[in-house]
Design a protein around this ligand. Sequence first.
Ligand code: SF4
Length: 368
Amino acid sequence: MQPDVNVAPLPSIPRRRDLARAHHERGGLVAAVLPIHYPRALLRAFGILPMEVWGPPNVDAARAASRLQPYVCSIVRNALSFLESGGLQIADLLIVPHACDSLQGLGSVLLDFVHPAQPVLPLYLPRNPAPEGTAFLADEFRALHQRLAEVTQRTPSESELMQAILDEEVADDLLRRVHEQRPTLPLTTFDFYHLVRAREFLPLDSFVSLARAILAMPAVKSPPKIPIVLSGIVPEPMDMLRAVDELGASVIADDLACCGRRLYPAGRSRDPFMRLAESLLGGSPDSTRGSPIQDRLDHLLGLAHSTGSRGVVFHDVKFCEPELFDLPVLRRGLRDAGLPSITVEVDLNDAVSHQARTRLEAFLEMIA
Ligand code: SF4
């Protein structure tokens, strides 16, 4: 039996273009931010609205072909094509975190060859754990703070920065609660991600209101569909989530780089940069942060056991090296622990193929 979902209208999400225009009219700047981890609060302290760019999907990627190798993933290919076709004109600056070799390469291509109209600000992420990694990342944030001060011609005080951090921690806590409450939310898998991924571009107040509206939704009483864990980078194309709903399943927990791996805990330090670093590095294990595979396996098993999930779907972007490296060990570990898994590889510009849908259907039948 399918849950009685979406009986009430969903909260509406403003369009990015409208949000950017309104923010500009208030005198703020807009940053286009490439995946995956970055200090939202630091940008907000400078009056900058971060808008994340996960591709986007369905872009004519041909423009990037002359600058990138054919084995670069579609997130990076699409981002470069989108930029070169004028899709990021609303942005006043570009932030490129070095989540992987492909994104690091994109940063170099932008700085050395493309020379976009906007300043390009790279951000290096540590691959080593605390305390060295935390101190390194705090220094990276100090350097970014300096660059942002040059770009915006303003410098927030330390107390303004700390207030921005505390405000973001409230939003992060709400997002974590939304994820925890997911099994009883009256939302399809597609609608859940449509709403929570608005964190990628909404102003802080708008996201806090949205999260509170989600948490206030009446709980679903009927039993869930086939519960699964979704792992990977980003659930694009989003039609794949519609397929999950149509096939009688429900993503009840996720290990997605854009969602579950960014449920950051609050930092503890009184130094704002250390506090930001502690928070970012406190997220769940992530291939792009160099987390040990065993930590990722333990995390996936913990997610599955705590939610009663019957299997794990790895939904991976083609040519995603960090994810592909971990995959064989993760799947073997899940199998040894008695948890079935399946891998679906996607390109952001392709529709969900019949073959992928059929494989997903067969997998769900097996674990039902
Ligand atoms: S999909 Fe993988 S390879 Fe591509 S940008 Fe993301 S982490 Fe890097």
